[in-house]
Design a protein around this ligand. Structure first.
Ligand code: NAP
Ligand code: ZN
Ligand code: ZN
Length: 347
């Protein structure tokens, strides 16, 4: 066992504190990764604060991990020492069910193993990327292409794949109008990716404060949702809307912005239900859908796509001691556009 430095929440109501956690010995199919950067996803905050249900504490979150392989198990073939690699939201799945066999491990019928707060195969609770090292089975480790800096790559492991996957699934591309609700960590990646795929992109943000950024990131249009005229102007416009908002919003009014056969895909995951007016769906053969991260193969594909198009996340790199301040800023929608922890500051 390896004892490594980490930042963890002692309970749902306390700030994260420096601590140590245990990593298992490197097994035959495992790789040991020296973590260089870990992104702060809003899901980390939902989880440690208990929004999605009770957790086991202390809990070190973090599922946007970028680092370097420093040791490999005897049977590892996919990675070697010195490789630049990433780990996202999953560290294992059953690998046998219908969905795993399709490469959609995030929908594993037996439940994928989350990078933190999940029961691992050995019965221990997984601990995430706010730490200096992690041991992961090789199949759940992806390669980070040379063209992407490790700090800007970290958020791609969740924010990137969570927006790439539905954009691909619902066919974002030339001639398609895509709306992105919320310009935070996921939202800003949705804008960059949809633009790179050739779609016409519109940001729907609470205000126009970040408009200049949104247009620079690749949006063609930018509207404030606090302005009622926005909903009149954009009625029946979009083929696809990606909702990245972490809080409940009035889904029915956003459904009205979809053209015939359009889909509103929720990736935002507030704990509260999202009520829908049936007529908002019926009146345009519209769909209201959801999507969870993406499979391992698709995550690798997304990283290659980002390298090819020169894409990474817009980040603010912070030392570990600023994690709790960063949480407050994320909760206040004051993030441009992802906080990334420099793992060398974890103590
Ligand atoms: P984030 O950086 O905090 O971005 C969320 C954005 O939503 C904010 O920047 C803000 O954008 C907008 N927003 C926040 N509160 C709002 C409110 N009350 N009303 C309207 N708009 C509001 O969060 P994130 O890391 O991108 O994550 C977003 C959500 O996706 C979270 O719920 C997270 O758990 C979830 N998530 C889901 C998956 C999945 O697999 N489905 C994966 C990762 C994350 P503006 O300031 O532009 O309005
Ligand atoms: Zn995440
Ligand atoms: Zn499975």
């Amino acid at each position: 066992m390896l004892t490594v430095n980490a930042y963890a929440a002692p309970s749902a109501s306390e700030a994260l504190v420096p601590t140590t956690i245990e990593r298992r010995d490197v097994g035959a199919h495992d790789v040991l990764i020296e973590i260089k950067y870990a992104g702060i996803c809003h899901s980390d905050i939902h989880t440690v604060r208990g929004d999605w249900g009770p957790q086991s504490y202390p809990l070190a979150p973090g599922h946007e991990i970028a680092g370097i392989v420093t040791e490999i198990g005897s049977d590892v073939t996919r990675h070697k020492v010195g490789d630049r690699v990433g780990v996202g939201c999953m560290v294992n799945s059953c690998r046998e069910c219908e969905n795993c066999r399709k490469g959609e491990e995030q929908y594993c019928l037996k439940g994928m193993t989350g990078t933190y707060g999940a029961v691992d195969r050995d019965g221990t609770i997984t601990q995430g990327g706010y730490s200096t090292h992690v041991v992961v089975t090789e199949d759940f480790v992806v390669r980070i292409p040379e063209g992407i800096a490790l700090d800007a790559a970290a958020p791609l492991l969740c924010a990137g794949i969570t927006t790439y996957s539905p954009l691909r699934h619902w066919g974002a591309g030339p001639g398609k109008k895509v709306g992105v609700v919320g310009l935070g960590g996921l939202g800003h990646m949705a804008v960059k990716l949809a633009h790179a795929m050739g779609a016409e992109v519109t940001v729907l943000s609470q205000s126009l404060k970040k408009m200049e950024d949104g247009l620079r990131l690749g949006a063609d249009q930018y509207f404030a949702t606090s302005e009622p005229a926005t909903f009149e102007k954009l009625a029946r416009t979009f083929d696809l809307i990606i909702n990245t908002v972490s809080a409940p919003i009035d889904i029915s009014s956003y459904l009205q912005l979809l053209a015939l056969d359009g889909a509103l895909v929720n990736v935002g995951a507030p704990a509260e239900p999202l009520p829908v007016n049936a007529f908002a769906l019926i009146g345009g053969r519209r769909s209201f859908a959801g999507s969870a991260i993406g499979g391992i193969r698709e995550t690798q594909e997304m990283l290659e796509f980002c390298a090819e198009h020169g894409l990474g996340a817009e980040i603010e790199v912070i030392p570990a001691e600023k994690i709790n301040d960063a949480y407050e800023r994320v909760l206040a929608s004051d993030v441009r556009y992802r906080f990334v922890i420099d793992a060398s500051t974890l103590g």
